[in-house]
Design a protein around this ligand. Sequence first.
Ligand code: NAI
Ligand code: MG
Length: 492
Amino acid sequence: MQKHQMYIGGEWVEAGGGEWFESLNPYTGQPWALVAKGGADDVDRAVEAAHQAFTSGDWPQLTATQRGALLRKLGDLLVENAQHLGQTETQDNGKLIAEMAGQTGYIPQWCYYYGGLADKIEGSVLPIDKPGHFNFTRWEPLGVVAGIIPWNSPLLLMMWKLAPALAAGNTMVIKPSEFTSISTLEFMKVFEQAGFPSGVVNVVTGFGADVGAPLVEHPKVAKVAFTGSDATGARIYEAAARSLKHVTMELGGKSPNIVFEDCIVDDTVKGVISGIFAATGQTCIAGSRLLLQRSLHDEFVDKLVAFAKTAKMGDPASMETQVGPVTTIPQYEKVLSYIDIAKGEGAETALGGAKATRPECGDGWFVEPTIFTGVDNQMRIAQEEVFGPVLSVIPFDDEEEAVAIANDINFGLAAGVWTQNIGRAIKISERLQAGTVWVNTYRAVSFMSPFGGYKRSGLGRENGQEMIKEYMQQKSVWIATETEVPNPFVLR
Ligand code: NAI
Ligand code: MG
């Protein structure tokens, strides 16, 4: 089996403890590579390297324009290596190659966008009200940023952090998920060629408790940028608070996809499918609650079931496959357990509701696309994040009820609205407690559009221009234009 080392201070290294762990391929169910099993000592080495790169050497001397140029160079290299990176993610994660082809082609855009933004973050000269003073502001980087990444879209979610963090002048230690480390390590082989000074980005592989926890606690880490579950996010927030670190948190969701009787039914069926069965439902923005206007209920469910039945399952490396395996064994077990929970709560199984045993699924961890009807919003299947191909259908009568059900949840990451009535679309999108609202579309994201959660779905935003300031701090500089000090014993 191929062995993958970590990347610290510009070098490929084994874990201090010399241990390795297996990474599995979700389609075969078999281990296919070994990854260095990092620990607190490795975290310390990596943070020291990042801290040194932040405080001395070439990186802090570069102009913002030069940092931007390096990011754009990285973007070009990623374009050249897109295919290999996509294949790696498919092998380690089970993500469809059909999706990865688009995703790895799109990821370089984060380098171009934030590379371009690097030298456009301007301070201001203030019309200061204190006579005899000149005052200006400047934006400065924070220091060492820890990027803690989940397994569902490793490269994409890493890039959402790396591009703005480096554009702003920070350095980084990245901890990929223990389930999907290898695409990040392959990414670093590309990163190396771009010409960033050593120590600017470091990767420590290993488990949450061994690597993630000491990274969050490390006194020289200034900020933690996390994507993952709300439970782990809350734990990290607590730990980060002890040393007053900055945080951004992209956490889970239980997003409502609200379908009104005046929608274009065939388009909406496809939109609902893309919200829950794309990426095998393993996305934080999954439209896992289908809020369906009662007058359209039966017709819509019939069409939805008919369409979902046509989904081709199987080898994620085949361009034909539409629903791939679940990425991890614990996740596979979790999805199946939620199917049991839903049945126990009295939900009716309109489609699926079991592991997939089709021959084309081989020994992979596959779950049949599952649709539950007769779901009440108070059931666990409606309130808790499953993170799998499991849709709960909840009927409603009117706008008022749709909004009430949509917002009656701890999460607030995203929401979909399907209607031909523009006034209704605007009104409802204003009232939904969610960081993203899609009208007659779903699962659209861009480097230029802010992304993040209301309520338990997160803190802060990723993507867009303003969010680069989540990786910066503002300084106010006062300069006396007159030397005479009126009364040194009082506030000026
Ligand atoms: P997780 O949130 O525990 O893991 C995410 C990352 O945090 C991983 O790199 C992990 O190693 C790290 N981590 C874990 N414990 C840590 C700690 N104490 N300190 C610092 N870092 C730590 O997610 P996990 O276990 O992979 O999946 C659990 C559930 O989370 C899934 O079943 C799914 O429901 C949800 N999830 C949600 C995601 C989202 O984007 N909203 C992404 C991945 C999982
Ligand atoms: Mg794997």
